[in-house]
Design a protein. Structure first.
Length: 455
């Protein structure tokens, strides 16, 4: 019998095996072949694993626990990603599903209404516990939208705001004891001869809801600066009645690095109590660290909310050209700006050294390339639309849509776009006590997105 060597064709090989001749030799050959195939398999899978391992993500800088296997709830359809455009920056994500996850489509029939178009540059919206909505206007006034469909005249009583550029009267949050203390908290760009800064204060909404009285400023993100960009400015109450404040790095080359130092209020998440006392000493080992700084390394945090079930603090953050981020905020952490970014400078050059990962900085849970310019956001904590429970809704400015983000185990598992095609810049989103979503636009509209009950 002719021995089988590398020149033998597979036809010859099989012919010999099945002819029943030279059985022992054939068995040896099969063993050798299996061994060869097995080693090839090992080599191949090794390569694949190596290729899929992120470059360098030190475990201690990871924002999230290891991804669990069961990421799908079984309710999420397997749709292509909602983003179809080319990215601004072609950086690889640090882990799977950090960008462009699969799409999801709301199954509940929705009714979409424009309730008013008469708002003047609205910026912040929040629901009143007894129904209706409170809406800030950038110029320095407050409007109340009542359940009967009427919009109040502009309500005054706030300090002078610097409403140039991105400044103005900005976010609004109600005191957790609003029904008894009638306090409304706002953030604003404080106007002074020395410049402006992100400030927070509260006033009392009078009984007839015609005025805000006794306003007190309780926090200032020092120092003052002559500039009208990147105020950040969301304010959110935690379950324990303390308040988180987001700031920005003021959008100037000379101020952006201040996001990386702890001796100022720029590019930070700040933790205060309801009277403005700075809480916590999260950086006690650092020199010159101001109290109250909860996290740092932020660019412009214009969305913030607390997960209704886990209590986790989440923020949306505007990137430069590319690299908008969704971050899970942990105390004492550095979120990287402007050392690392998934975006580019507006002239197309890399940010810093073009790094996307660095030891000692947190990775975003999710990023958008190209940008959607994420603004205000809210978790859906109502029961009305069951499939939306605990989903995150983010107003997109440049993206011109509302992003619905499905989160499981601190990772994004699906994304949907609502109100695409309206041509609006969506500034902020709130959940009403009726379980509907309410959304304000830069053009002055108030949208209601509710379950269509066929009425
Ligand atoms: Ca970051």
């Amino acid at each position: 019998m002719q021995s089988i060597n590398s020149n033998d064709s597979s036809d010859t090989f099989s012919a010999e095996i099945f002819s029943g001749r030279g059985m022992k030799e054939s068995q040896e050959v099969i063993m050798k072949l299996l061994l060869f195939l097995f080693s090839f398999f090992l080599l191949f899978t090794g390569c694949v694993q190596e290729a899929s391992v992120p470059e360098t993500v030190p475990a201690e800088t990871s924002t999230s626990p290891p991804v669990q296997e069961e990421v799908s709830s079984g309710t999420i359809p397997d749709q292509p990603p909602v983003e179809k455009s080319a990215p601004n920056a072609r950086y690889l994500p640090a882990f799977e599903a950090q960008t462009r996850v699969g799409g999801v489509v709301t199954q509940t029939p929705l009714a979409i209404q424009v309730l008013t178009e008469e708002l003047q540059s609205p910026w912040g919206i929040t629901a009143k516990p007894e129904g209706g909505l409170l809406i800030t206007e950038k110029g320095g006034t407050l409007r109340i939208y009542s359940p009967d469909g009427t919009l109040s005249p502009p309500i005054k009583g706030f300090p002078d705001v610097d409403s140039r550029g991105q400044g103005g009267l900005l976010d609004i949050a109600l005191s957790p004891q609003f029904e008894t203390d009638h306090r409304i908290y706002v953030s604003f760009a404080e106007k002074t001869p020395e410049g402006s800064l992100t400030a927070v204060g509260y006033g009392i909404l009078t009984d007839g809801a015609s005025e805000v009285e006794d306003f007190r400023t309780i926090y200032r993100a020092l120092p003052y600066y002559q500039g009208s960009g990147h105020f950040g400015s969301r304010i959110v109450f935690a379950e324990d009645g303390t308040l988180f404040v987001s700031t920005g790095e003021r959008q100037a080359d000379e101020t952006r690095m201040m996001a990386q130092s702890l001796d100022n209020g720029y590019g930070k998440i700040i933790h205060i109590d309801r009277e403005g006392n700075l809480l916590g000493d999260y950086f006690s080992t650092e020199q010159n660290a101001l109290p109250g700084i909860y996290s740092y390394g932020h660019r412009n945090v214009q969305g913030m909310d607390i997960h209704p079930e886990t209590g986790d603090l989440w923020i949306s953050e505007m990137g430069p050209m590319g690299g908008d981020e969704l971050n899970l905020i942990l105390p004492g952490r550095n979120y990287g700006w402007p050392l690392v970014s998934y975006g580019l400078e507006y002239d197309g050059t890399p940010v810093n050294e073009g790094e996307t990962q660095r030891e000692g900085t947190e990775q975003p849970v999710y990023f958008w390339n190209p940008v959607i310019t994420p603004s205000g956001m809210t978790f859906y904590d109502a029961d009305k639309i069951a499939e939306w429970k605990n989903n995150l809704f983010i107003g997109g400015l440049r993206g011109s849509h509302i992003a619905r983000i499905v989160i499981e185990n601190r990772r994004v598992v699906a994304e949907e776009r609502l109100l695409e095609g309206e041509g609006e810049r969506f500034r902020d989103v709130a959940v009403g006590v009726d379980g509907a979503l309410y959304v304000i636009t830069d053009s002055g509209k108030l949208y209601k997105i509710a379950q269509d009950d066929g009425e």
